[in-house]
Design a protein around this ligand. Structure first.
Ligand SMILES: [Ca+2]
Ligand SMILES: [Ca+2]
Length: 473
């Protein structure tokens, strides 16, 4: 089916402002006309920044002591900080697929990084399909201009997943996941054309493009998705200032310099919003795609008191910073422990622009509601519907990696399907660092949470889950 016809069928159409309402999985009905009366019916610009491999403890406002992030700290001081926000997954590809589609990794089409797809043989990353409805299309359905500047990784030019094919009017940056492993490539992509970098550190090019985009679109509502590549390796920024004088290893100075550079560019972006007079009608989000990686993150204690890092379903791999700032709407210097995840942004964005969240497609083509719950109520200080549980899976079919995980209330359960198969259970209320496995003493709770894993996982031919999908029906 052609994309436009499909969107029509899904009911993603302009003009449906305000009266749809949604019912959360916990059964609480929130009418988004109420929320819109608070917002005043004026649609805000939305900027969503996603850092790459930035740990929960990397920004100063989340506890970091060595790396300077004054602009992120200011964003948090002027907005809301989430303490229990989660990544779509613990690596890049599936997190971004989950963010785009509003589906967790048990339902989404993209569940792995390049190389893990069992069926994709084309160029670059396994792409989003025509029938996947994205957050960009939600904004487009009400007339926003939409842009992605940074690391895409969900489909190259000539595929159904290229940003221009999935709702972004404008794209500048890295097409593929693996391209983004260099900060000095010969070219980046602007829409479907390659453009030379002339040896400039790519983050500087991205940050400059952001300022140009905002300036050019200041008079019309826009959605700007900024998947920055910092602080993913390699650690080779043009300067290690302001840490040159530190007695740290060179890669740690470079890591810190990268984070502080990104922070400074976010500060410059915020100043531009103010200068253009659109600061109070722009909601800015900042998060990270997955937990920290590499030796500098050990030095900086980037996971804080959380166990694990990138590629772990322990909290250090999936608990993500989330800061939201919206002057006059979000209470300054506020904090919430609402349990939320990247797939909640899909209905949140729908709520922000006053449309019902469109349905999405599972791998078998069947139509389903988003797995997300809008976080707009908590942002506005209203009663917030809660998730019954969160679910993650990763199919990577080697040794340690095939795993499923559930968070339900205080409980966290991880099922390891590879080497040493087992299920671990943690009580996050008393053991946030996941030090004591309670599975043996709580068999009924393990059974309950494993049943959720069985229920939330649907088969995806592209990313079959070892052991689970091998079982006869
Ligand atoms: Ca990442
Ligand atoms: Ca630590």
């Amino acid at each position: 089916m052609k994309r436009r016809a499909f969107l029509k069928k899904c009911g993603v159409v302009a003009s449906a402002v305000g009266v749809c309402g949604i019912t959360s999985k916990a059964g609480i009905k929130i009418a988004n006309d109420t929320l819109h009366s608070i917002i005043g019916g004026r649609r805000p610009n939305v900027i969503y920044i996603m850092a790459d491999d930035l740990g929960y403890n990397d920004p100063g406002c989340y506890g970091q002591l060595k790396i300077q992030t004054p602009n992120l700290d200011k964003l948090a001081a002027e907005g809301m900080r989430f303490t229990q926000h989660y990544s779509g997954c613990h690596v890049c590809g599936p997190t971004r697929g989950s963010l785009m589609s509003g589906q967790h990794t048990g339902h989404a089409w993209i569940r792995g990084n390049p190389g893990q797809s069992q069926t994709w043989t084309g160029p670059g990353d396994p792409p989003l399909r025509d029938e996947d409805v994205t957050i960009a299309e939600i904004f487009k359905s009400v007339g926003y201009n939409t842009a992605c500047i940074g690391k895409w990784g969900l489909g190259s030019v000539t595929t159904t997943g290229h940003p221009n094919e999935v709702g972004f009017d404008y794209f500048y940056g890295y097409q593929t996941h693996v391209d983004a492993h260099s900060y000095y490539p010969a070219n980046l992509w602007r829409n479907t054309q390659q453009v030379a970098t002339n040896g400039v550190y790519t983050h500087e090019l991205l940050a400059e493009d952001v300022l140009n985009y905002i300036t050019d679109h200041k008079n019309k509502p826009f959605f700007l998705y900024l998947p920055y590549t910092i602080p993913h390796g390699p650690y080779n920024p043009p300067s290690d200032e302001p840490y040159s004088g530190e007695s740290w290893a060179q890669d740690t100075k470079d890591y810190a310099a990268m984070v502080t550079m990104m922070d400074a560019d976010i500060g410059e972006m915020m100043n531009l919003l103010k200068k253009l007079g659109i600061d109070d009608n722009t909601i800015v989000f900042f998060t990270s795609d997955n937990g920290p990686d590499g030796s500098p993150s050990t030095f900086f204690d980037s996971n804080g008191i959380l166990r694990g890092k990138k590629r772990d379903f322990y909290e250090g791999g999936v608990r993500a910073p989330l800061i939201a700032r919206w002057p006059g709407k979000i209470k300054p210097n506020s904090q919430t422990d609402h349990i939320s995840a990247h797939w909640d942004m899909f209905p949140t964005f729908a709520d922000l622009v006053g449309v019902k969240p469109p349905k999405g497609r599972w791998p078998d083509g069947s139509e389903h509601e988003t797995d997300g719950i809008s976080i707009l109520p908590v942002l506005l200080g209203k009663p917030q519907p809660k998730h019954e549980h969160l679910y993650w899976e990763w199919c990577r079919p080697d040794s340690y990696y095939p795993q499923q995980a559930v968070r339900k209330g205080k409980w966290k359960c991880i099922r390891f399907l590879g080497t040493n198969p087992r299920t671990e259970l943690y009580d996050l209320d008393t053991d946030i660092s996941e030090t004591t496995d309670l599975a043996a003493s709580n068999p009924a709770k393990v059974t309950e949470l494993e049943q959720i894993m069985d229920d939330e996982h649907v088969y995806n031919e592209q990313f079959p889950l070892p052991v689970i999908d091998d079982q006869p029906n």
